[in-house]
Design a binder for this molecule. Structure first.
Ligand code: HEM
Length: 281
């Protein structure tokens, strides 16, 4: 079956399960998608069909000894390692070259992710654009979520595979020294991680309310020890929470000490110490 069709089917199925199980995972990176599949073993079996299911071959100690993390590959050299005729498979992630031969199922000829082999396709890891023009090492202008996704992918390759060199190009020069772009890219990732941390803290401070909707009565919002995916030892009071530019509004559970925050507004016809409010129809 056509790969794009398979991927679309896979995304649809997983999105509906995640949406049902935890609506807060709406903004997810591809690495988180994989982590989520770990929670649903049945899905993993299903996606084995999507990714193919050949046995992987562990690297020999001899091969490991040959690896030199300071080796500098040119793009042409790297392109030779696509696993053809049983040969080794290398890929680059943000300029670092990894030996992924062990993952032949995924990266070898006919594997679900063979397009990543022999190239630095970092951008495609977060855009999902697996066409040749999408498989590039330019990661300029991506969103915070994408930079976090790339950070997670790099961590993944460092942890699960062996780094066997650097790729001469955007991230490293011909002597293997980090380029200006390397430092810039790492700043983008650092900034994105910082924003994510702030966002997570804010979500813990103002968790989303629980919501009930009945056509005849309308919507009820209420707070409890666990709402918006945040388990806590306080309940809180439902308030409208405005974004700093007032463009977005959502219901948040706020603790007494925060009730004077100018971003919060009481719901009309709801006592200020109520933990449940009916919204105007
Ligand atoms: C931008 C989209 C995606 C990218 C870049 C991507 C990338 C990858 C890569 C590189 C691997 C191999 C990891 C390894 O070396 O061990 C992998 C495996 C896997 N991916 Fe994806 N993937 C994407 C979308 C998805 C989606 C949408 C799903 C499920 C809905 C999915 C489910 C899986 C599963 C289950 C495995 C493990 C397969 C197995 O155990 O046979 N992936 N993915």
């Amino acid at each position: 079956m056509n790969k794009l069709l398979k991927l679309s089917l896979a995304v649809l199925l997983l999105a509906s399960v995640i949406g049902w199980y935890q609506p807060n995972l709406i903004q997810i990176s591809t690495k988180q998608i994989h982590d989520a599949t770990a929670k649903f073993p049945i899905l993993v079996s299903f996606f084995k069909w999507f990714h193919g299911s050949k046995e992987s071959t562990p690297r020999s100690e001899d091969d490991k000894a040959k690896a030199d993390p300071d080796r500098v590959f040119t793009k042409e050299e790297l392109a030779k390692y696509k696993g053809e005729n049983g040969g080794d498979i290398y890929l680059a992630m943000m300029g670092r070259v990894f030996d992924v031969t062990r993952g032949r199922d995924f990266y070898g000829p006919g594997g679900g992710y063979s397009f990543f082999s022999g190239v630095d396709g970092s951008r495609a890891f977060v855009t999902g654009d697996f066409k040749p023009e999408g498989l590039i090492d330019d990661i300029t202008g991506l969103g915070d979520q994408d930079y976090i996704g790339l950070r997670d992918w790099l961590d993944f390759y460092v942890k699960d595979y062996e780094m066997i060199g650097k790729l001469e190009g955007k991230f490293f020069d011909s002597a293997g020294k980090p380029t200006e772009y390397y430092y810039e890219a790492h700043e983008w990732i650092k900034a994105a991680s910082g924003h994510k941390e702030e966002e997570d803290l804010f979500k813990e401070k103002y968790p989303m309310c629980n919501v009930d909707y009945k056509p005849e009565e309308g919507s009820r919002v209420w707070c409890s020890n666990k709402s918006g995916g945040v388990s806590r030892d306080w309940v809180g009071f439902p308030r409208s929470l405005y974004s700093a530019d007032s463009k977005k509004i959502r219901c948040a559970c706020a603790q007494e000490a925060d009730l004077n925050d100018s971003l919060l507004k009481e719901y009309p016809n709801c006592p200020k110490d109520a933990t449940s409010c009916m919204l105007p129809k």
